[in-house]
Structure formats: structure tokens, C-alpha cells
Design a protein around this ligand. Structure first.
Ligand SMILES: CC(=O)Nc1ccn([C@@H]2O[C@H](CO)[C@@H](O)[C@H]2O)c(=O)n1
Length: 104
């Protein structure tokens, strides 16, 4: 089975993604199937509305404890905000998948 060629984000990130201010996302094992070179449609989780396409540039594992200011900058937030957010979305997670993307 081919991995789904779509990715969803919380709708509050749409503006940052379209402006090129958010260029990475951190996901758990359930979304580790994305592959560099893949083109995916991007849509809002809440209403399913598709608003563009992303090229997946890389997928690599990263530990929660290794998140740094560079990751936060690529998420267009502070490191404290990013770590709090991850704790909310993925309670107790220690290892994630860092997915780099560019808007098509
Ligand atoms: C919609 C859905 O299924 N899942 C997720 C999971 C994560 N994220 C964002 O990725 C970054 C790191 O986790 C942060 O910016 C998160 O808010 C998201 O938008 N949607």
C-alpha cells in the first residue's frame, strides 16, 4: 500500500505555512511514513479544506530533549512554545519525526 499523499495541520498554522514561515513539522510514529521527494496535498485538520501542496524534503528522527532554537525558528515560535505544544499534542513522547517541507 502506498503511503497517503496528504498531510494535515491544525488550521491555526495555515497562514504560517502559506507565508513560508513554518517549514518543519514534528510528528509521531504514526506519521513517520512520509518520504523525501514525495509531494503531498496540505489541508486543515478541522474542516478538511485543502490549501496547497508541499514537497517533503527530509524525514529524520529527533529526540524531544534535542529540540533547539533552530527547530523552534523553523516552526515560527519560541522553543518554550514548541515544547509546550508538543507536550499537549503528544503527551509523554520522547522521540519524534522531523519532517522538512517546502510549499510548491
Ligand atoms: C493535524 C494533525 O493531525 N496533527 C498535527 C500534529 C502536529 N502539528 C504541528 O506540527 C508541529 C510539531 O508538532 C507543531 O507546529 C504542531 O502544531 C499539526 O499542525 N498537526
Amino acid at each position: 500500500m502506498n503511503p497517503p499523499n496528504k498531510i494535515t495541520f491544525f488550521s491555526r498554522f495555515e497562514a504560517d505555512i502559506l507565508a513560508g514561515k513554518k517549514t518543519i513539522t514534528l510528528r509521531d510514529e504514526s506519521e513517520s511514513f512520509y518520504q523525501a521527494g514525495q509531494r503531498v496535498s496540505v489541508s486543515n485538520l478541522e474542516d478538511g479544506r485543502c490549501y496547497g501542496e508541499l514537497d517533503i524534503l527530509s524525514v529524520e528522527q529527533v529526540a524531544y530533549d534535542d529540540l533547539d532554537d533552530t527547530h523552534a525558528e523553523q516552526e515560527n515560535m519560541s522553543l518554550a512554545e514548541l515544547k509546550t505544544l508538543i507536550r499537549q499534542i503528544y503527551p509523554g513522547i520522547t522521540s519524534m519525526y522531523l519532517i522538512r517541507f517546502s510549499l510548491v
